[in-house]
Design a protein around this ligand. Structure first.
Ligand code: FAD
Length: 292
């Protein structure tokens, strides 16, 4: 219930105005969103972590805004060390205007990223954009075979998706939105996550295990061993500000751990999705407002 309410709020312009104009939210935002992307990337990489940088922003309304998003990503590349990744939302590149526009914009980012030894991963968004996401991903893979894509385990066809994505870089996550017919019970989502993980770990691609869930992390590492993948054959991914001690622990064991670092002023919807995931995050948010 609370999760649904928070996700509904994430789309409310009125709530957005209220939250983003309040000076009281700054501390909470800083916990999940990099205020200085170069400094945060520098600190994380010094600690042995990899990064995927995400310029916040979704749902552009005209091609010029999408072009501006491409330019931001291209200039971001100068700040990233080789081996980094950028996470891209296709709705920010014009997917809702046309698949062709989003493909051309994403291809421009992939080409610039390849020059810097940086990979690109396409985030998964609202369910109605998922077919377009996979169509764009398939088109991009012809020229950029290492472009990654996200699969959301809460979608009942996620297993089928994983089976079709042989050889690809695939980030598996639970799913942060809502979708008709999606699994909603945590046990069902977890079961789907594990089914997908088994296919990805046994497959020929590069699995990116995006979760903070201790049980799923243990299952991922056991499956990697069973499938004969060494520490370079897959990676863990976690969000900036979430379980940083676990990120450091896994990296200390020699695992590849990538931190997803969002930055930019358009943080409202992202923050609301993080608060929806965990009532304790919401309590932290409210406490920090009340303690002023
Ligand atoms: P949850 O069910 O949220 O948490 C499970 C357990 O993890 C908790 O019980 C707790 O033990 C631990 N935990 C979780 N949060 C905390 C915390 N703050 N502190 C301490 N312990 C905690 N979703 C999309 O829909 N599309 C995307 O493209 C996408 N990309 C993502 C990229 C990355 C790198 C990550 C990590 C997530 C991404 N997500 C994306 C979000 C994802 O779908 C989930 O909504 C989010 O990761 C929360 O799910 P979880 O697997 O961490 O498990």
């Amino acid at each position: 219930m609370l999760r649904q309410a928070m996700l509904a709020l994430s789309k409310s312009r009125r709530a957005e105005r209220l939250v983003t104009t309040s000076p009281l939210t700054a501390d909470v935002v800083r916990r999940y969103v990099a205020d200085d992307i170069a400094a945060v990337v520098g600190a994380l990489t010094r600690d042995g972590l990899l990064v995927s940088a995400d310029h916040l922003g979704e749902e552009v309304h005209d091609p010029a805004q999408a072009e501006a998003a491409v330019a931001t990503y291209v200039s971001l590349l100068a700040l990233l060390p080789p081996g980094s990744d950028v996470s891209v939302k296709l709705t920010a590149l014009g997917l809702r205007q046309s698949q062709r526009l989003a493909t051309a914009n994403a291809a421009a980012i992939c080409a610039a990223a390849a020059d810097k030894d940086v990979t690109v991963t396409l985030d998964a968004e609202e369910h109605d954009t998922v077919p377009g996401l996979h169509a764009v991903h398939a088109a991009l893979r012809r020229d950029h075979p290492d472009v990654g894509v996200v699969v959301q385990a809460y979608l009942p066809d996620s297993l089928d998706r994983c089976e079709k994505l042989g050889g690809a870089r695939v980030r598996l996550c639970k799913g942060a939105y809502t979708a008709p017919g999606a699994y909603t019970r945590p046990a069902d989502i977890d079961r789907s996550f594990v089914r997908c993980l088994k296919v990805l770990m046994a497959g020929t691609g590069y699995p990116m295990v995006a979760t903070h869930d201790p049980r799923l992390l243990r299952i991922a590492s056991a499956l990697a061993v069973l499938d004969g993948r060494d520490m370079t054959g897959f990676e863990y991914q976690m969000l900036y500000g979430v379980r940083p001690e676990e990120q450091a622990r896994l990296a200390g064991l020699g695992a590849r751990v990538r931190v997803y670092v969002p930055f930019g002023s358009d943080w409202y919807a992202y923050l609301m999705r993080r608060l929806a995931e965990r009532p304790r995050n919401l309590a932290f948010f409210l406490r920090s407002l009340l303690s002023r």
